[in-house]
Design a protein around this ligand. Structure first.
Ligand SMILES: [Zn+2]
Length: 504
């Protein structure tokens, strides 16, 4: 490596120094890089860690950017070559108790990915979902073909399913509304790939989930780096659900549009998301079936397909921060025979800066769609009886968490903008409508709160994974049957007979 020049690869891998920022200049980059190279020559063959180079680089840059340069140099083999510790080829399952290590691995991955994308530009074709695949996999396959196949799958599934009946009659795994706890990857079942999720994705999924008392649904766009076994989720594209907005069947037109948008942005469709508005984000039996069918379709090209579930108002979760599950389904040999079981990923958060324009476009879509629909959440009301946070404040607090991995203050203008958009275009419209109906919508109105809590299913909280649990309360989604006899839920039933949530 020439001490005087900076290669194009370096500029792309560590772009922050080449964007004209006053504090991060190419000269400063060179100074940090050369210092680390110099220290390596002195410590060689002993491993040079990040901590040991920091004291010599006071006032040259923040800890994070020094760390990134260190990682980059390690990745390209300019330092720590042949050292045992310098292993960045494959991330390990991240142990939550070792957050710091996880961040290092993530940084290494982001860099590795940038390098990867610079070096390998394979030419492949896209299928109708916008997924990259080999051209020969697409031969003879049309949209009609897919529909026919899905219809056949549906028919098969409906044959296997018991006749609709009250939930109390369901036994064990036949209850399609039972939430199934996810297993974790480990010794027995190896994690098939690492999932990295960008803030952009989490922001939109969570915002979408917050505004609706019914389940919401959408598609996830990303890329799969086969060589590295890394699935990176860049964006969530919200979709319409069919008819009332209380069920989780994706509107086929909206689904096609979402696929088009994601593919025009250069992403493949690598997953789907939906919300469990007021219950735990474990998948229901029905969700597992849906996920399994998605996977068997999407895995044809060897591409992974994951499911994400966001739960914003689970009464069991006292924090304003929503819970999110990222999962896939795997067949497991159980004593009772083969069974499809959900496995949860400990996904990593990416430090990639969101495409703010796209994120705002999606936010605007969510606001326009839900500001005056009957199933929308009154965002100016308290989210719990014992909380001083309104639903809007609660949502902003949840969103703020996704911005934490980003560089300082990167996300602040976005949050401010979202807050004022919700004030002027969501809450104001809801209040106006309430006034015209002569209903008060001020926070703290006790009658309103009671209704809200009922709708949120506080009294009907499911017992996670319990035998006679009643999990998909407050939602009619995954449903082809009447899940219970409570009045709230009866109102939300639509007798959907499809076995599929989102493929049509
Ligand atoms: Zn579900």
């Amino acid at each position: 490596m020439d001490m005087e020049t900076i290669a194009e690869d370096e500029k792309q891998a560590i772009p922050e120094f080449f964007e004209g920022r006053p504090s991060k200049t190419p000269e400063r980059y060179l100074k940090i890089r050369n210092y680390i190279l110099d220290q390596w020559l002195k410590s060689k063959p002993k491993y040079l860690n990040k901590t040991s180079v920091r004291p010599g680089l006071k006032n040259c840059g923040d800890v994070n950017c020094i760390g990134r340069i260190h990682t980059y140099l390690e990745l390209i083999g300019a330092i720590n070559f042949n050292c045992e510790q310098a292993v960045y080829n494959r991330p390990k399952v991240v142990d939550r108790s070792k957050q710091k290590e996880g961040k290092d691995v993530l940084e290494a991955y982001q860099l590795a990915q940038r390098l990867q994308s610079m070096r390998t530009r394979k030419r492949r074709v896209r299928d109708i979902w916008g997924n990259w695949c080999d051209a020969k996999d697409l031969e003879g396959q049309t949209y009609e073909h897919l529909s026919a196949e899905e219809l056949a799958l549906r028919r098969e599934e409906m044959k296997r399913q018991p006749k609709p009946c009250k939930i109390s009659k369901y036994k064990g795994s036949f209850d399609p509304f039972q939430l199934i706890p996810c297993r974790t990857f480990g010794e027995d079942v190896q994690e098939p790939f690492q999932v990295i999720v960008c803030a952009e994705t989490l922001l939109i999924m969570d915002m979408h989930a917050h505004v609706s008392r019914g389940e919401v649904i959408g598609l996830l766009g990303g890329t799969f780096i086969e060589e590295e076994k890394v699935l990176k989720i860049y964006a969530a594209e919200p979709c319409n659900s069919v008819s009332t907005g209380l069920q989780c069947e994706m509107d086929p037109v909206s689904q096609t549009q979402a696929c088009d948008v994601l593919s025009s942005l250069g992403f493949s469709v690598v997953g789907w998301y939906h919300s469990h508005p007021s219950f735990h984000p474990n998948p229901s039996v029905r969700d597992i079936n849906t996920q399994d069918q998605f996977q068997s379709y999407f895995s044809r090209g060897g591409a992974p397909f994951i499911g994400m579930i966001v739960s914003p108002y689970d009464p069991a979760n006292r924090s304003p921060h929503s819970q999110t599950t990222c999962l896939l389904v795997k067949e497991s040999q159980e004593p009772s025979g083969p069974q499809k079981l959900p496995y949860r990923f400990d996904f990593l958060s990416s430090q990639d800066i969101p495409d703010w324009e796209q994120t705002l476009r999606r936010a605007q879509w969510i606001i326009n769609k839900y500001c005056q629909t009957p199933g929308s959440v009154q965002m100016d009301r308290f989210f719990r009886k014992d909380s001083h946070l309104t639903c809007l404040e609660k949502m902003l607090s949840s969103l703020a968490r996704y911005l934490e991995p980003l560089p300082d203050e990167e996300g602040d203008p976005f949050l401010t903008q979202i807050q004022s958009l919700f004030q002027s275009e969501f809450i104001a419209k809801q209040q106006k409508e309430a006034e015209s109906l002569n209903i008060s919508s001020r926070p703290g109105n006790s009658d309103d709160l009671l209704t809200f809590d009922q709708l949120m299913g506080e009294e009907e909280r499911p017992q996670e994974g319990g035998r006679d649990s009643d999990p998909d309360s407050g939602s009619a989604s995954d449903s082809s049957v009447q899940p219970s006899d409570t009045s709230v839920r009866d109102k939300q039933q639509h007798g959907v007979t499809s076995g599929l949530c989102a493929v049509d």
